[in-house]
Write a protein that binds this ligand. Structure first.
Ligand SMILES: [Zn+2]
Length: 241
């Protein structure tokens, strides 16, 4: 029985049955997205859409656990799909290149949850804006050096969204790009934190409207409730506000 040990965790007793009926769309299959997709597939998720237009480079291998030396030069989304299918032969994976305003509806079609595990600010803001507009529930996760951020937005619930706002309310719609170092364990810790939040959501817990800030070096976590910025250009007017 594949899920026997998972079912011993009280809150995840029926999780595999629930996940089998869900669809998650993930942006990024690298240091954050790769391990997160593997954890979700392992837990019982059978329908994923994954987007990544990068090819695998030698400099990715120290942190991106789905890829090996033989994959250098190959498409990340194609190799990620191959690895997820090796983990579970039942899994259905749709692959995408770069997500844009034009193809977002196709990318997120049927998704119960969109997860942004990308590595750049422009993509984060785009995905946030499109999720808010389409009222698709959204988890954001990012890591820079030893600092990680995780936040969850229930855009499908107008009241929750009007109260807690969106990623741009939190980070600023013109958030500057940050290029800092990254290591495998730090990326992996945030991947698993994002996967955990998604599993708690599917298990029926209200995880939305909060941000968690991780100090990965010192293993400290701070969390606080999110509040909508009334001036936010990305969600103002989207939720009857
Ligand atoms: Zn906003």
């Amino acid at each position: 029985m594949r899920y026997a040990r998972q079912r011993l965790i009280k809150e995840f007793e029926h999780l595999d049955e629930i996940l089998a009926q869900k669809r998650v769309a993930v942006v990024g299959t690298g240091g954050l997205g790769g391990l997160c997709c593997r954890m979700l597939t392992g837990a019982g998720l059978l329908h994923l859409t994954i987007a990544d237009d990068d090819v695998i480079e030698d400099s990715n291998l120290h942190r991106q656990v789905l890829f090996s030396e033989a994959d250098i030069g190959a498409s990340k989304s194609a190799c990620a799909k191959r690895e997820l299918e090796r983990l579970d032969s039942r899994v259905q994976v749709r692959t995408f290149g770069r997500v844009s305003e034009d193809n977002f509806a196709d990318f997120a079609q049927g998704a119960d949850l969109v997860m942004d595990l990308s590595d750049n600010v422009a993509t984060r803001l785009l995905i946030n804006r499109m999720c808010a507009r389409s009222r698709t529930d959204f988890i954001h996760c990012s890591v820079a050096a030893s600092e990680g951020m995780l936040a969850a937005f229930k855009f499908s619930d107008r009241k929750s969204a009007a109260r807690h706002g969106c990623y741009a309310c939190l980070a600023g719609a013109d958030a500057a790009p940050v290029f800092r170092g990254i290591t495998g364990p730090y990326a992996g810790a945030m991947s698993c934190a994002a996967a955990t939040l998604a599993l708690r959501y599917f298990a029926g817990e209200d995880v939305f409207g909060r941000v968690w800030l991780y100090d990965l070096k010192n293993q400290k976590i701070r969390s606080f409730a999110l509040h909508r910025d009334p001036q936010c250009p990305d969600c103002s007017g989207s939720f009857g506000n």
